[in-house]
Design a protein around this ligand. Structure first.
Ligand code: SF4
Ligand code: SF4
Length: 203
């Protein structure tokens, strides 16, 4: 059965498509943040032999052990999605699909076959209340069912809220915005797209 990418919160080793492997790809070791190593996004990990693998593989941190990108687990993504070539890593956040793009090719995700698939995930997510974000380092773009929003630089300790909100004509429109984690309006929020709240200054 095809994995549901929008509802997945993480990918498991058992979900890896038979015959698929990282091979010469090490792109997640550049694009992803590794908290245990204090490694920021977009900086090659000091333990990475680029194009070959991890020098400390048996002792790699838990977040590396737990990570299997979308290319490895979604059988319907073909070899054009091999991250080392596509320059796109599909990751999983608590309630979202996170598309990490290499600044060397920041617009890669807007090209085909990637863009149509990403838009399809956005539409699926709208129905299942799981959304998609595009990370270019710390800069975030939120593709929305009816457009997209550039959220600029977002800190790791901030929240990204995605929701539908009635416009001036009464029709609902999607919006995304950044909030501080201690914002009482979102106390206890589980990270899913927020309910309709009146948030002053949120656009
Ligand atoms: S991006 Fe995917 S294929 Fe590439 S090294 Fe990371 S997990 Fe493996
Ligand atoms: S520790 Fe190894 S697997 Fe983890 S980011 Fe560094 S090189 Fe990659």
């Amino acid at each position: 059965m095809e994995a549901d990418p929008v509802n997945a919160t993480t990918a498991k080793a058992t979900a890896v498509v038979p015959g698929r492997s990282c091979g010469t790809c090490t792109l997640c070791c550049k694009l992803m943040r590794i908290p245990e190593l204090d490694k920021p996004r977009l900086k090659w990990c000091a333990n990475c032999e680029v194009g070959e693998g991890c020098r400390i593989y048996p002792d790699r941190p838990g977040s590396c052990r737990a990570f299997y990108c979308g290319y490895l687990v979604f059988p319907y993504l073909d070899e054009r999605w091999f991250p080392a070539k596509a320059r796109i890593v599909i990751g999983f956040e608590a309630t979202r699909l996170a598309i990490h793009v290499d600044p060397a090719r920041p617009a890669a995700w807007r090209q085909e076959p990637f863009y149509s698939q990403i838009r399809s995930w956005v539409q699926q997510g709208a129905h299942s209340r799981r959304h998609v974000l595009v990370w270019q380092g710390n800069e975030v773009i939120a593709p929305l069912p009816d457009g997209e929003q550039n959220l600029g630089a977002v800190r790791d300790d901030q929240l990204i809220i995605t929701r539908e909100k009635p416009g001036p004509d009464g029709r609902k429109r999607w919006e995304a915005f950044v909030a501080e984690r201690d914002d009482p309006r979102f106390a206890g929020w589980d990270g899913r797209p927020a309910p309709l709240l009146d948030v002053p200054g949120s656009g």
